[in-house]
Ligand binder design. Structure first.
Ligand code: DGP
Length: 112
C-alpha cells in the first residue's frame, strides 16, 4: 500500500516528529492553515472515519487526549483551537489515512 502517512509513521519519510507513542504519531502539517497546525495520526492504517469500529474507540479517545496535551504544549490551550477530522470528498479529505487536525494560534474562520 502506498500511504504517505504510513511512510511517516514508519520513519520512511523524513518528518519532524512532535509526539510519538506505540499507537500514534504527531507532526506539523506540510501546508499549514493556522500558526499551529499539527496532524495526529494512528500508526495503524485506517482510511477514514467510515472505517472505524468499536475496537477503535479507545484509540480515538487517545488521539483526542493527545491533541489536548499538544495544544497545551504549543501554548494555545487558553486562546483556543479546533480539532477536525475530514472524512471523504466533500470534506476535502486528501490523505486516506485517518488524521486529526489540531489548529490554533490565531483566529480560525470556517463554517463551524
Ligand atoms: P486532509 O485534507 O484532511 O486529508 O488533510 C491532509 C493534510 O495532510 C493536508 O493539510 C496536508 C497534509 N500533508 C499531506 N502530505 C503531507 C506530508 O507528506 N507531510 C506532512 N507533514 N503533511 C502532509
Amino acid at each position: 500500500m502506498n500511504c504517505i502517512f504510513c511512510s511517516i509513521a514508519q520513519k520512511k519519510s523524513p518528518t519532524e516528529i512532535i509526539y510519538e507513542d506505540d499507537q500514534m504519531i504527531a507532526f506539523r502539517d506540510i501546508n499549514p492553515k493556522a500558526p499551529v497546525h499539527i496532524l495526529i495520526i494512528p500508526k495503524e492504517h485506517i482510511a477514514s472515519l467510515n472505517d472505524l469500529n468499536e475496537s477503535n474507540s479507545s484509540l480515538l479517545g487517545k488521539l483526542i487526549l493527545q491533541a489536548k496535551n499538544l495544544a497545551r504544549q504549543q501554548g494555545i490551550a487558553k486562546s483556543g483551537y479546533k480539532l477536525i477530522f475530514n472524512c471523504g470528498k466533500d470534506a476535502g479529505q486528501l490523505v486516506n489515512h485517518i488524521h486529526l487536525h489540531l489548529l490554533g494560534g490565531g483566529p480560525l474562520g470556517g463554517i463551524i
